[in-house]
Every structure is written in C-alpha cells, then in structure tokens.
Ligand binder design. Structure first.
Ligand code: SF4
Length: 549
C-alpha cells in the first residue's frame, strides 16, 4: 500500500500499511485498480467524442467512480468490485463501437481484462499499480500528474453534488476524461502544469454550478445564528454536503417527534430559506469530521453520513450509523439512492432514532453564525469597500478548506486569535470549526468573521472578492489587500489551491503541511512562479501578510 492522497499521509510521506483515515491495504489496491481502469475507459471516450458519439452514462459513471475514491468517502470492498467490473464492461462495449487503426498502440489501462469477477484477483492487480509503479517512470512529472488526478477526484465530487439536483455541465465531464487520458502518458512539465491549472479553472466552474443548483433549489442563504445546545427529543444527526438529503429527511421526520441536527459541512443548511420552514431542524451538534467518533457517541441518536468524511465507527454507535450516496463502509447499513421522481426512504434511520434517548450536551452551548452566501456578501460590498478605502479594514484574510487531526492545525485558531482587529476573515469549509466559536467582534457593524458555508462555497468567496476588486477599481486580486490561507486536507481543497494558481493569485499559503506528492523540484517551481508557500509560525505569517507577502 502506498497512498498520499491527503494531508494526513503518514509522516507527510505516505500511508504504507493501514491509512491514517482507516483505509486498509486491500481497499487502497481496489481504488488504484479502479482509477487505472477509468483512465483506460477515458482513452476510448476521447475517441468517441472525436466522432461526436455521446457517452452520457459513462460520463456520470466515471464521476461517481472517482468520487468513491476521494478520502473518507467509501471503504466498502463490494462497492469497488462492482465499480471495477462495470468499468471493464463499459470500456469493452465502447471500444467495440469504435474503429481503432490496427497499428495504434493501445495503453495497458485500456486493455486489462478479468476472467471472473474476483475480489482477490482485483486486489492482486491493484497491488502492482499504485504510486510506486508510477514513480518509477518520472519523479518530477509524477507529482503534477498525481495532483491532476486528485484534483479531478475533487472535481468529480463537486459534479456529483450538483447532478443530484439536476444541474450538469458537459464541459466538466469532458475535462475529467481529458485529464484521465492525459495522465496515461508522459508529458512535459509545462503541459502538466497547464492541465493542473485548467483543473483549477474547471473546479471553480463546478463550484459555481453547485452554488447555482443550491440557491435555485433552496434559496439564497442568509446570515443565520445556529444553536449548539440540545433538546429533549430523540434525534438524528446528519453529516455531509448533500442538501437534498437534508430536505428529504426533514420532510420525513415532520410529525415523528424526532429532531434533526446538522454536523460538519451540513451546518450551512440552517441558512437556506427552504430549510427555515422545518421547525424540527433544531441546531448543529459537534464540529468537524475528525471529532466524529467522540461526538457521534455522545449524540445518542441515529446518525447518517451523506457525502464524505466517514471514519471507522466505534462500537458505541456503530448500530445507529447509516451511510448514503457514494459513502459506504462494510457492515454499515446503506440507504439506497432515490428512484426517479421519488425521495430516498429514511424510515430505517427514523425508526432507529426513536429507540434512543436525546443527545447529551457536548460543551457549553454557544451560537455559530453561518450563511454569508454570495448575495449576502454583495449586500455588504459597498460598506466593506468604503471601510477599506477609509483604512478601517486593513486586510481581508481568506482561511478556507478542511479540518483534520494534525495538532499543527491549532495554528488556525492561534492565527485568528492573533490577527489585527482591523482584519476581516472570510471562511468556507470545516476549517472554520477551529475559530467559529471565538468572540471576534465587528468592524463598522460587520462581523469580522463571515462564513460562506461549505468547502464548495469557496466559489462564493472568490466571486465576492472579484466584485469587490472591481468596486475598488483595482487591476486584479493581487492588487487587493487580501491574503489566502488554504487549510488543505482532501481532494476538494486541492481544487481550491489549483483555482487560485489559475487565477494568478500570488502568496497563497497551504497548510498545515505541503502536499507530499509534490517533490522539492515542483515546490520550488510553484514558489518561483506563484510564490506558493507553506505556513510558518503565526507571528511570521502575520508579519509577512502585513507586507503583502
Ligand atoms: Fe493516508 Fe490520506 Fe491515503 Fe487515507 S487518504 S491512506 S490518510 S494518505
């Protein structure tokens, strides 16, 4: 096993036995084989597109499959065996519909066949396809190829979130195939960097599409104070990004005397107008994904993880845990996808909740404010622009991304505590749980901390800053008094920093560690071209940002 997909790779090198995330070697091998075969499928899709053959079902299958390999999404070997066999079957069917010149060299990714659907055989094959085999080909180029594939996984997850609501963009699917096909063969460093930047651009477009899907379906988020205390009824805790799941769960729990609480990325649901009609959506429980073992145990009630961030369940709550969507773990009951024109059936989850006592209060109850969507931020634009021109707001810092287990992530709390009081903070994603319960005050009546919502709402922050830049008459984002500090963890946050590089933003900080798949040569190149850097001490970073670095 060799995996360095995410920020928690062992010793910032690679997980080589069991993953820190709980991924076991056989699952890592199955994921490696699946991605390998998806590359081969995309090889044929590119040819199909050249003769204007549509591949709609393959497109969504590819996105679903990549999404399943994102960190903390799926740990169920049965699911990966299904996806691997389906990839080969779809590839064989498609290749038969195409005319391939007899002398064309077909890559091995597009040729591998199995005799029988056999998990053991698949694992053996996956074992020899992982990162070490790819590293042998070219170590420098390799890092950019891997970041492209990881970025595409993040892109696939965004595509899946919006497609649940019926919003799709063919350009995004096309890019996934182009990137997978690109990753089969060797290219120059410049070409690989260009593909990474394109991935960032398309990633931001995918976030924009998801924002459109969410706001047109559930309304524009409004700043909302969310309670973190508990009530006296049995309850369900829902974790993840999927707003459609939250809506259907709320509809099905009305009148059951079961309350619903949000966890992790689901927090922002409270800010969408559509959800305000549900009085049984009573609050937020707990914080970021890495604390779920402790928090899920204390919740007492039924639990559901909808899109990602699943950890191996403790015995204390395993019986009460459900998954849905692309999330899965062997032995954890899975709520099936919705059938056409029907809602998912959450009956089993609701019945489980009824058998349990109400949640235990975690800490002293506080209030968290979220819901600074694009419309709400734009309403503040003139005030913020005036405050910048008057010097009342000296700088805006964007601290966006994921949270995680590393104790170094304490940096984000200390950073926010130490920032000058005339700095405004924009955030999105779970990293906010490091500081969203601090008393940070206001500037000219505007809260110093503005939470746009989920990681994908990073688009909202960029859209707002670009509009603010225009209002201030400045040439680009680099001319703004803005600093970006991305707390990366998994593949959606890779999209964030690729998007910033594509926008030409300089001095982006990545923390708490730099990606292990970039070797020293690539990091030097990114530092030279984009002034990309890691985080340092809080004092050093604030001093550098004060000087615009
Ligand atoms: Fe390790 Fe991250 Fe890979 Fe999990 S996803 S095995 S934690 S590098």
């Amino acid at each position: 096993m060799f995996c360095y997909h995410c920020q928690e790779a062992k010793k910032n090198k690679a997980c080589d036995t069991t993953g820190i995330c709980g991924k076991k070697a056989p699952i890592a091998s199955l994921q490696d084989l699946l991605v390998y075969l998806l590359k081969g499928l995309s090889f044929y899709v590119i040819k199909a597109h050249k003769i204007e053959m549509k591949t709609t079902r393959i497109d969504s299958f590819t996105a679903e499959s990549l999404y399943a390999t994102v960190t903390n999404v799926n740990f169920d070997s049965t699911e990966f065996v299904r996806l691997i066999s389906e990839t080969v079957q779809r590839r064989n069917l498609l290749s038969k519909q195409l005319t391939i010149p007899a002398d064309e060299i077909i890559p091995e990714e597009a040729l591998w066949q199995y005799d029988n659907i056999d998990e053991v055989v698949f694992i053996e094959k996956g074992n020899i396809l992982g990162v070490p085999s790819l590293l042998e080909k070219d170590e420098v180029y390799h890092g950019l190829r891997e970041s492209l594939v990881y970025g595409v996984k993040g892109l696939a997850s965004l595509i899946e979130h919006s497609s649940v609501l019926g919003y799709k963009n063919q350009d995004l699917y096309d890019f996934i195939h182009q990137a997978l096909n690109f990753s089969i063969s060797f290219h120059s460093i410049d070409e690989a960097l260009a593909m990474n930047l394109r991935c960032g651009k398309l990633g931001l477009q995918a976030m924009e599409l998801l924002n459109q899907a969410n706001t047109e379906t559930f309304g524009h988020p409004v700043p909302t104070k969310v309670h973190t205390d508990v009530w006296n009824k049995p309850a369900i805790l829902i974790s993840g990004h999927d707003l459609q799941d939250i809506e259907e769960l709320l509809e099905q729990t009305v009148g059951t005397e079961v309350d619903v609480y949000t966890h992790g990325e689901a927090l922002v649901a409270h800010a969408y107008p559509k959800f305000k009609q549900f009085f049984n959506l009573v609050g937020n429980y707990g914080g970021a994904w890495q604390d779920q073992k402790n928090q899920f145990a204390k919740f007492n009630g039924a639990l559901i993880v909808t899109t990602n961030s699943l950890q191996q369940a403790k015995k204390t709550y395993k019986e009460k845990l459900f998954t849905t969507g692309m999330v899965g773990w062997d032995e954890i009951p899975h709520i099936d996808d919705r059938k056409p024109h029907q809602a998912k059936d959450f009956t089993a989850l609701i019945e489980q909740a009824k058998q349990n006592p109400p949640p235990t209060l975690l800490t002293d109850a506080t209030i968290i404010t979220t819901g600074y969507g694009l419309q709400s931020l734009l309403e503040l634009k003139a005030t913020i622009a005036n405050a910048i021109q008057a010097g009342t707001i000296k700088r805006i810092i964007v601290i966006a991304g994921c949270d995680g287990r590393h104790k170094e992530r304490r940096y984000y709390t200390e950073l926010v505590e130490s920032l000058p009081k005339d700095w405004l903070i924009l955030t999105a994603g779970e990293t906010k749980y490091r500081f969203n319960q601090l008393e940070l005050g206001e500037i000219n009546g505007i809260p110093r901390l503005l939470d746009a919502g989920q990681g994908n709402d990073f688009y909202v922050i960029i859209g707002f800053l670009q509009s603010l830049q225009e209002a201030l008459g400045l040439a680009d984002l680099n001319a703004m008094p803005v600093s970006f500090n991305i707390a990366w963890y998994e593949q959606q946050t890779i999209i964030m920093f690729l998007a910033l590089l594509e926008l030409g933003v300089k001095n982006v900080r990545l923390g708490p560690t730099l990606p292990p798949f970039f070797n020293a040569d690539i990091l030097t190149m990114l530092a030279d071209k984009f002034s990309l850097k890691g985080t340092d001490t809080v004092e050093t970073d604030i001093e550098a940002m004060l000087e615009g670095n």
